[in-house]
Ligand binder design. Structure first.
Ligand SMILES: *Cc1c(COP(=O)(O)O)cnc(C)c1O
Length: 742
């Protein structure tokens, strides 16, 4: 029984009939229910847009007259009642996939740790794909009835907003988040026990560093049936610099980075314990959370085990997902830095300095490092990469940890990423599928047979929905420009560069992702004159929309944005190549739903998986990508296009040149002509045939429905049944004994 509770603020002046809107605003379930989105939006669409789809602010700022109007509008009340009937039956559902397929999981919660979560644009505690994947994982866990709890950090400033200057230089704006308008509930200590001494009634936990202790407060985010707990160091007992530890995502100075990761790993375990959880699976989404394995070991050492026994007993329950295909991409810290922050831990683990370093020592050219990847790999039993190719790459990369095994038997498997379908699919498309796939198709979306019914959709109906979505994207770009223009300081060249001249009927290609150099955003611009000839052909215009942020400390990434922007600005593009500022989940939604083609040009095999192309595919866009990550598995020859071949070359320059040649040829000779191959109704049936083929093959496979089920079956269930778990039954009581000290 937990004595802690998340506190739901009441401060909304709502008509009685609509009182439950505030409850909905605090459960992110609404974000993946198109009808609930409408329930908020319909109250005042302009305000809804202006507030960036924040229902809490909307309910606070909209004013009583409009709410009263809605409370007396029959149509609105009908929508309201439908949404709450769905919400209640979702929250109360007892027959879920988990209860029917894996009832053994029911009393055995899964703890999921991630440094970032992409759940909605109003909660900017994500920087990119890793976070969005974690957010989709939670949403799907909720849908499947999986007893999972997420753990992460709450960043007082969130991730930065991006502005692009007239000269193409990225500016980062960091604003303090207003917690009172976030769907984050402070977790309070009902009993006001000793845990929270000196911090009012917030529930707190502590993490010790050698010279001080940092206190963490806790926020709860409700993701359907799944709780997400976010830790926050911005509390009064802490010094000003400790308050800053959770101010931003991924501090680039290593000191703060180590401390952040300790707060997540060590603080996260303590929070779950304080809330009364005893998880049976501990899933680390990337190595940032790997310190959790040490905190779990410490619990058992405290209960009388040796360090080796403690690791042995806990390892079977730990699951580690790696996302990084290059050794240098994993977080690694110099040993002296680890000593500076973790020395206090050694006596508690009953290990010496050298024994401690041996757990994760990594010999690198620059010297010995402490590798979070190695820590996580050594202390887990379930380990996976995020696509088939990435699994291979990971087995090769980490082979030295299992020298006695052949590379193919290195115990790292793969679970290819997926995306949460109802979160990313456009409402209009979903309505069309409701008509042809049957009302409850979402419950069967990972069954390939379901998708053969797509053939029954008349081409023109699908085309019409696609046209609608593309127009929506074009008008959205326009409204963004209008807003920037009105506020002044926006140069005309920025107006053109932001998509004002986009033709909503021309072939539109999207390229949006983090600007890291391996993603080769400028590959398509490597021969600009050729590209301009291709996109400016008479009667066959094509346009390219770029978007993406570079990490503020990534100078080459920012230069890449500038390089792209300088081409975007040229008059010769005719306004057909544009760059949209401030890529976030909202812009991502418009792009993946609105473009015809989703292009991705990573340098193989550095993509690991990628997920944005999956979001585009489920909305009917066609992928045009390097055979890396998920697309190497998704591409079948008729459901999109490949850039380059299914292999890597030794020379990156030769690889770039060959990939660019392949890209231009396919764009010029296949993609554009196919799009404009129209019948008398101005429809390209061949294009739509490819679209249907893409949806049929990609949606069931690259959904989080398939992905989370695979995590359960390949990794979670196995963690439950490993021999070490039988001993962990005993260790439960040891943990209890250990906690007794509190
Ligand atoms: C989906 C998504 C990503 C990840 O996309 P990639 O395919 O990995 O480039 C990044 N940022 C946002 C905002 C997203 O929605």
């Amino acid at each position: 029984m937990t004595t802690f509770r998340a506190h739901l603020p009441n401060g909304f002046d709502l008509p009685k009939r609509l009182a439950r809107l505030s409850e909905l605003a605090y459960n992110l379930w609404w974000t993946w229910q198109p009808e609930s989105v409408r329930l908020f939006g319909r109250l005042d669409y302009d305000l809804w847009e202006r507030l960036h789809h924040n229902p809490i602010r909307l309910l606070r700022e909209i004013g009583r007259p409009r709410l009263n109007q809605a409370a007396n509008n029959k149509e609105y009340l009908g929508l309201f009642d439908r949404v709450f009937t769905d919400f209640d039956s979702y929250m109360d559902q007892t027959k879920t996939w988990t209860s029917q397929t894996h009832p053994e999981l029911n009393a055995r919660p899964i703890a999921y740790f991630s440094m970032e979560y992409g759940l909605h644009e109003t909660l900017p505690v994500y920087s990119g794909g890793l976070g969005v994947l974690a957010g989709d994982h939670l949403k799907e866990a909720s849908d499947l009835g999986l007893p999972l709890a997420g753990v992460g950090l709450m960043y007082a400033q969130g991730y930065f907003s991006q502005r692009i200057t007239e000269d193409g230089w990225q500016e980062a704006l960091n604003n303090m988040l207003d917690f009172s308008s976030l769907p984050a509930l402070p977790v309070l200590d009902d009993t006001s026990s000793s845990l929270s001494a000196g911090s009012g009634d917030r529930m707190t936990v502590e993490v010790e560093f050698p010279d001080r202790t940092v206190t963490l407060g806790l926020w709860e985010i409700r993701v359907g049936r799944v709780p997400l707990y976010l830790l926050d160091s911005n509390l009064d007992p802490n010094s000003d610099s400790d308050k800053q530890l959770t101010a931003r995502l991924y501090w680039s100075d290593l000191d703060r980075r180590v401390m952040q990761e300790m707060l997540l790993g060590v603080g996260g375990v303590r929070v779950l314990r304080a809330l009364g959880y005893n998880p049976s699976v501990w899933h680390m989404n990337e190595g940032h959370a790997a310190f959790l394995t040490l905190e779990r070991a410490r619990e058992l050492v405290e209960a009388g085990n040796t360090f080796e026994q403690a690791i042995e007993k806990t390892r079977g329950q730990n699951v580690f997902t790696t996302h990084t295909p290059v050794a240098a991409g994993n977080d690694e810290f110099p040993l002296w830095l680890i000593e500076k922050y973790l020395a206090a831990f050694w006596p508690q683990l009953k290990v010496t300095r050298e024994q401690f370093f041996d757990i994760a020592r990594h010999q690198m050219p620059q010297g010995e490092m402490f590798s979070m990847g190695i820590l996580a790999l050594r202390n887990s039993t379930g380990r996976n990469g995020v696509s088939e190719l990435h699994g291979q790459v990971a087995r090769k990369m980490w082979h030295f940890l299992w020298e006695d095994k052949p590379e193919a038997e290195v115990p790292i498997t793969h679970v290819t990423n997926g995306v949460h379908v109802s979160n990313w699919m456009a409402r209009r498309l979903r309505m069309l599928l409701d008509l042809y796939l049957g009302k409850n198709w979402l419950e069967h979306l990972d069954e390939p047979d379901l998708w053969s019914k797509l053939d029954e959709i008349p081409d023109f109906e699908l085309w019409e929905v696609r046209q609608h979505l593309k127009r929506k994207l074009a008008f959205y770009m326009r409204e963004r420009v209008r807003d920037r223009w009105k506020h002044g300081g926006f140069h005309p060249v920025q107006v053109v560069s932001s998509g004002i001249l986009i033709n909503p009927y021309a072939l539109t290609i999207g390229f949006a992702r983090r600007f890291a150099t391996y993603k080769r955003a400028s590959l398509v611009l490597s021969d600009v004159e050729r590209l301009l000839n291709i996109i400016n052909r008479p009667n066959m215009p094509a346009q390219i929309i770029f978007a993406g942020k570079a990490h503020p400390a990534d100078e080459p990434g920012k230069q890449l944005i500038q390089q792209v922007y300088r081409q975007v600005k040229r008059a010769e593009t005719g306004g057909r190549i544009v760059f949209l500022e401030d890529y976030d989940m909202n812009l991502a939604r418009y792009l993946v739903q609105g473009v015809d083609v989703w292009m991705n040009t990573p340098r193989r095999p550095l993509e690991a998986s990628g997920t944005s192309g999956m979001k585009a595919a489920l909305n009917g866009a066609l992928n045009f990508s390097v055979l890396d990550g998920w697309w190497r598995e998704g591409y079948n020859g008729h459901n999109g296009w490949a850039i380059g071949e299914d292999k890597e070359l030794d020379s990156p320059t030769v690889q770039d040149a060959q990939d660019a040649e392949s890209l231009y040829n396919t764009l010029e000779n296949e993609i554009i002509p196919l799009f404009y191959d129209r019948d008398q109704r101005e429809i390209s049936h061949e294009w739509i045939a490819r679209m249907k083929e893409s949806m049929k093959t990609n949606i069931p496979q690259f959904s989080t429905r398939r992905m989370v089920k695979e995590y359960v079956e390949k990794l979670y269930v196995k963690a439950l049944s490993t021999p070490s778990l039988a001993r962990a039954e005993r260790s439960d009581s040891e943990v209890e004994a250990g906690r007794g000290r509190e």
